[in-house]
Design a binder for this molecule. Structure first.
Ligand SMILES: Cc1cc2nc3c(=O)[nH]c(=O)nc-3n(C[C@H](O)[C@H](O)[C@H](O)COP(=O)(O)OP(=O)(O)OC[C@H]3O[C@@H](n4cnc5c(N)ncnc54)[C@H](O)[C@@H]3O)c2cc1C
Length: 375
């Protein structure tokens, strides 16, 4: 372990050892890049370990690799959480364990317990301020994820609510009458587990995410969640309030008042749960990117900053036009694209990445995704 203020110099530093960081690191290896490191503030898979205990993957794992198709939740060719764990919908803890094993198997050079606090660009290279001192690198892959950066702001009083990303276990929540603000995957997940424990739940959303309006699970609820909502007990305890934006939450004593846009008022004695999504870690490096109208970083065709060459984004915050890469099976398609771009800039031919193309894990033509199902 380096002492404080030691200056290392790498060809590439990957920030974050989650699904994106571990996956893209393995792609760097395949591209023949050796002088790189993955810096991780906690441990491999830390965000998954912090999911509420009951929360499971909505994307199913199935060991299809022998047929030339990767398990939907694999981060690397030849791996399959479904095969390894014999579990179709792993919990966060189970997936974190899988990720740790993958990182060790591929000998990914992860340095844990190193927090990256700032990235600056100086004389064509990058300097990372970290909890153990500064580190220099020619390229940075920002893969610090979203989960540890929950959305805090939403409406007056949102700070009185409890973000679903801070809940260790739904079963342990005290109270019988819950209000959930936000009805997409995390909101439905919370409602399902609370109702399972016989709690009354009201779920509010500014739109109607429970209607199946798109075949893209980044926009519409997954079949896993829709199936859960068809449990015969679900609607005995859960009430849905579509098209009902919440405009404020206040508290007097132990009583929370939740007010909707039309003036309707709802009460609960339990802090409302806020399933409002994530700000995302890219806010830490927002000054190094041009931003799109939706606030996400603007990227070139290699997922590189259009402002500061050599800085790449990997993971669920990647956006191209209307395409949202917020699932593993989506953002892993970009690992080889990023690795290839970095290898090229280092003068390597990256021939090993051709395997990624063969496995359909190399999406360099962005026009081919985003098609709607027709039936
Ligand atoms: C409840 C829930 C359910 C989900 N279900 C699915 C699903 O079924 N299928 C699916 O494909 N996706 C699912 N997702 C989305 C998926 O989990 C995320 O897209 C995925 O975790 C993103 O991986 P990541 O590596 O980008 O981020 P993370 O897993 O968050 O990894 C980022 C890593 O970076 C580290 N880090 C953060 N900041 C720093 C820093 N400043 N310095 C150093 N290290 C840092 C963190 O400790 C963490 O280990 C779900 C997400 C949630 C919240």
């Amino acid at each position: 372990m380096n002492s404080k203020n030691t200056l290392d110099t790498y060809d590439v530093v990957v920030v974050g050892a989650g699904a994106a960081g571990v996956g893209v690191a393995i792609a760097l290896q395949s591209a023949g890049i050796e002088n790189f490191v993955v810096l991780e503030r906690h441990h491999v898979g830390a965000s998954f370990n912090a999911w509420p205990a009951e929360t499971r993957f909505i994307t199913p794992s199935f060991p299809t690799n022998s047929f030339g198709m990767l398990d939907l939740n694999s981060v690397a060719i030849g791996t399959s959480p479904g095969f390894m764990m014999e579990i179709e919908h792993p919990t966060g803890e189970e997936f974190a364990r899988h990720l740790g094993i993958v990182a060790r198997y591929f000998e990914v050079p992860v340095r844990e317990q190193i927090d990256v606090t700032r990235v600056t660009r100086e004389e064509g290279a990058y300097r990372l301020q970290t909890s153990i001192g500064d580190i220099n690198t020619k390229h940075v892959i920002w893969a610090a994820g979203e989960f540890q950066y929950p959305q805090r702001l939403g409406f007056p009083g949102s700070e009185l609510c409890r973000h679903t990303a801070t809940i260790p276990r739904y079963e342990d929540l005290e109270g019988d009458d819950f209000i959930i603000i936000g009805g997409y995957e995390s909101g439905v997940d919370a409602a399902y587990h609370l109702a399972y424990h016989d709690k009354r739940v009201r779920v509010f959303d500014s739109t109607c995410p429970w209607e199946n309006t798109s075949s893209d699970p980044s926009i519409a609820l997954s079949p896993f969640s829709l199936e859960r909502m068809r449990e015969d007990w679900f609607f005995e305890l859960v009430e849905l309030y579509p098209n009902t934006p919440i405009t404020s939450v206040t508290v007097t004593g132990n009583r929370y008042t939740v007010t909707a846009w039309d003036g309707a008022v709802f009460y609960t004695d339990v802090p409302p749960l806020w399933a409002g999504g994530f700000e995302g870690s890219h806010m830490l490096v927002a000054n190094l990117f041009e931003l799109r109208d939706d606030g996400f970083p603007l990227l070139n065709a290699n997922d590189e900053s259009t402002l500061t060459p050599g800085l790449f984004l990997c993971g669920p915050s990647v956006r191209h036009d209307q395409h949202v890469f917020c699932f593993i099976y989506k953002f892993r398609q970009r690992f080889a694209v990023v690795a290839k771009a970095i290898a090229s800039s280092l003068g390597l031919d990256a021939i090993g990445l051709e395997t990624y193309r063969a496995w359909g894990m190399y999406l360099d033509d962005l026009s081919c995704c985003g098609e709607e199902c027709v039936c």
